[in-house]
Design a protein around this ligand. Structure first.
Ligand code: SAM
Length: 195
């Protein structure tokens, strides 16, 4: 599977620390202790940060090897996180409806196809409590250069995917830390609540 192959090495997003955009969200008090899910958690840095900030944290990802690495990392750091292998498009197989106070997404939405986007939004909506929060970081269409994967989203695309099911609080200019040069890539940070 593509994602397992990628995690045989160190992909550019696997920076070895939480994304600063999510650190800021926590520092600003936008995420309070509660039950929190990191979708497409990769090797788990952001999920571990949620747990270290008082959340009952769960991380899920399609890549089995990323999840075993994330589990090992959490044990090594003496942090309790539940990690699970699964497909975000089939989270009804993993989680109950309304199970989470917050869902974070660091680079998962932007790998979804046009057809997958509405399914993705419904699955995120389903696992959140009413009023639960969704924070999403994706590559922005302001990133210069030729088109490359993962795709870059526009604000209009983010709005059209999520506004049918969520109240959009903000879509801010942000950055992704990356191992590639330049190390910071232009991104959007979405804050939304489940309506
Ligand atoms: C760009 S990476 C970001 C990883 C991680 N959030 C981070 O910041 O290091 C996207 C992640 O989404 C995972 N992924 C891709 N498709 C998925 C799906 N359908 N369900 C769950 N995870 C998926 C990949 O395995 C990969 O770990």
């Amino acid at each position: 599977m593509f994602w397992d192959e990628v995690y045989k090495g160190t992909p550019p997003w696997d920076v070895g620390h939480p994304q600063p955009a999510f650190q800021a969200v926590i520092q600003n008090g936008e995420i309070k202790p509660g039950r929190a899910l990191d979708i497409g958690c990769g090797r788990g840095e952001n999920a571990i940060m949620l747990a270290m900030n008082g959340c009952d944290a769960v991380g899920m990802d399609l890549a089995e090897n990323a999840i075993s690495d994330a589990k090992a990392k959490a044990i090594e750091r003496h942090v309790k996180v539940n990690f699970a292998v699964g497909n975000v498009l089939q989270m009804d197989r993993l989680f109950k409806e309304g199970e989470f106070d917050v869902v974070i997404d660091s680079g998962l939405f932007h790998v979804m196809t046009d057809e997958e986007r509405p399914v993705f939004a419904r699955q995120v909506h389903r696992v959140l409590k009413e009023g639960g929060k969704y924070f999403m970081l994706c590559f922005s269409d302001k990133e210069p250069g030729e088109y490359e994967l993962p795709r870059r989203a526009s604000k209009a695309e983010i709005e059209s995917t999520f506004s049918p099911l969520f109240n959009i609080i903000y879509i801010k200019d942000s950055v992704f830390d990356s191992l590639l040069n330049p190390s910071s890539r232009k991104a959007y940070l979405l804050s939304a609540t489940r309506s």
